[in-house]
Design a binder for this molecule. Structure first.
Ligand code: ADP
Ligand code: MN
Length: 515
């Protein structure tokens, strides 16, 4: 070891690091290796990270050079310095955002705002309700010079000239600098933590106060905006896709959110003139946006993992693509249903995780769910027979089991029942397909029996009526046991004959019926 430290690496002393890193260094320092611009572009990159296909085509160019010209600026106060640093940072950050926004929007008639990402929320932009102006009004005005404080003669170490008190400026300053890390992750403190920066208590407290009030203010503004737009719960990527649909004239306007579920958000939109294939777009559309966060989809694995149509692809895909497959699945299933003449939304187009379909309802008001609507006993009976017929069609003509059929996924519109929400629907030969069908039958049967339709079949009768499987068991346990045995037989058949069966266009073997 070198005890004197003469040959030690430069970072042992504060000055070399300071000179290299100082973001507000004098203009003479031509090569600022880590300027604010670098820090900023890094953060920008993180915050505005848009993936491959929506990435901005051009490399972000950032203004070069020192930000504060030094000469005429009073740098004697570290409070001033810290504030200047923060202000400069925020300004540059916002300027960059504006540039991005402009590039993003170009000349199009619809524009997307990055306002929510801004650091400086101009007071003139917000409605100046009193609660917006909170921190100037507090008793601890950070700009007001504090009374000079005297260091109490307590808490010191060392002897003679070497005494260091706990209020030692250097020790305290370094501590304060380190404590900056405790500010919220969104609060930009520059890269001062890496330098040997000594923040006085006064500066530190001012920054702390500012961090808290900015955090609250930003959250409030953000909240207001989020709740006032139709873009609720939509990430920038989705926003861009929606915007492109409007821009391409496929949609006229996106009016608002109809439903926010665990796995999807549904919007209403007025249709534009024609879609990508020059086909007419329905006057009103529903946009089902599948959430791109994975957690919500974990418990749906069982639907898709064992679905032969998706088996080959499932293992190789990244999570984002798996989510797109839900949208794709819903599209294919709706198309099959449409062909069979089952009342359901008509597919307009699929763009990644966004499914555009016709809107069931009128003038932005979605048709009520069977759960919500009070039908006359006559309509109840009519609805029941219609559903019985639809379940048979779904099973026999579409080779599908809804798998989430209940009064929540059936809409009452124009005097009949419409089926929706079929992203989880599977083929009857899915390893759990018949169990799903039994569950559907139970929901339907219970709903109509409770609703006063005396003719309604019980769940076992309904299951047999839909599937023609004629399971004889007269209690649920035995019935389910037989269902599972059947599923097992089908599985074995698949194992033996491979998943590409010649019997089914969809790669499925036929259900093996009881002889
Ligand atoms: P999830 O239940 O998975 O969130 P759904 O497909 O059931 O998704 O849609 C949620 C709600 O959005 C429905 O209950 C219905 O009210 C409304 N909705 C969905 N699709 C349409 C449509 N095509 N027309 C009208 N309303 C719809
Ligand atoms: Mn639903």
């Amino acid at each position: 070891m070198d005890p004197v430290g003469v040959t030690a690496a430069p970072e042992t002393g504060p000055s070399p690091a300071w000179q290299n890193k100082c973001p507000w260094g004098t203009p003479k320092h031509a090569a600022i290796s880590c300027s604010l611009a670098d820090v900023m572009s890094e953060q920008l990159a993180k915050e505005l990270q848009l993936e491959e296909e929506v990435a901005f085509p051009e490399v972000v160019t950032v203004a070069k050079g020192p930000f504060i010209t030094g000469e005429n600026t009073d740098t004697s106060s570290d409070l001033m310095l810290a504030q200047m640093l923060q202000m400069e940072f925020d300004r540059e950050y916002d300027a960059q955002l504006r540039r991005e926004e402009k590039k993003f929007n170009g000349d199009s008639k619809v524009s997307i705002s990055f306002e929510n990402y801004r650091k400086v929320h101009p007071y003139e932009d917000s409605d100046s309700s009193e609660d917006e102006v909170d921190w100037q009004d507090t008793r601890h005005d950070p700009y007001r010079a504090d009374k000079p404080t005297t260091t109490p003669k307590k808490g010191f170490i060392g002897k003679g000239k070497e005494i260091t008190t706990k209020h030692d400026e250097v020790v305290c300053g370094r501590k304060n600098t380190a404590r900056m890390e405790n500010f919220g992750p969104d609060f930009q403190v520059g890269d001062g933590i890496g330098m040997d920066l000594k923040l006085s208590n006064q500066v530190f407290n001012a920054l702390k106060q500012h961090a808290y009030s900015e955090e609250r203010r930003s959250a409030r503004l953000h909240e207001k905006k989020e709740h006032s737009t139709a873009e609720k719960a939509v990430d920038p990527k989705t926003r861009l896709l929606l915007y492109k649909m409007v821009n391409a004239g496929i949609l006229e306007t996106i009016t608002g959110c109809i439903s926010t579920g665990k796995e999807s958000v549904v919007f209403h939109a007025y249709g534009g003139k024609t879609d990508e294939d020059d086909k007419a777009v329905p006057p009103e559309c529903a946009l089902k946006v599948f959430k791109t966060t994975l957690n919500e989809f974990k418990n749906r694995d069982k639907y898709i993992k064992d679905d032969y149509r998706f088996k080959d692809r499932f293992s190789k895909l990244n999570p984002r693509k798996v989510i797109r497959m839900w949208a794709e699945k819903e599209m294919h299933n709706l198309t099959r249903m449409q062909k069979a003449g089952i009342p359901c939304p008509q597919v307009v187009m699929l763009k990644k995780h966004i499914l555009v379909m016709s809107f069931i309802g009128q003038d932005q008001v979605p048709a009520p769910k069977l759960k919500e609507v009070k039908l006359s006993s006559e309509d109840m009976k009519k609805a029941y027979y219609q559903i019985l017929h639809m379940m048979q069609q779904l099973y026999k003509e579409c080779s599908l089991v809804h798998a989430d059929l209940s009064e929540y996924n059936m809409l009452w519109h124009e005097g009949k029942v419409w089926l929706i929400d079929v992203s989880q629907s599977v083929e009857p030969t899915h390893p759990h397909g018949l169990e799903f069908l039994f569950r559907d039958c139970r929901n339907v049967s219970q709903f109509f029996l409770k609703g006063g339709v005396a003719e309604a079949l019980n769940e076992r009768e309904l299951f047999n009526a839909v599937s023609s499987l004629n399971i004889a068991a007269d209690n649920e346990a035995d019935f389910l046991a037989e269902i599972e045995a059947l599923e097992k037989t089908n599985e074995d058949h698949v194992q033996k004959h491979g998943k590409k069966s010649p019997f089914s266009s969809d790669g499925y073997p036929p259900i093996i019926y009881n002889e």
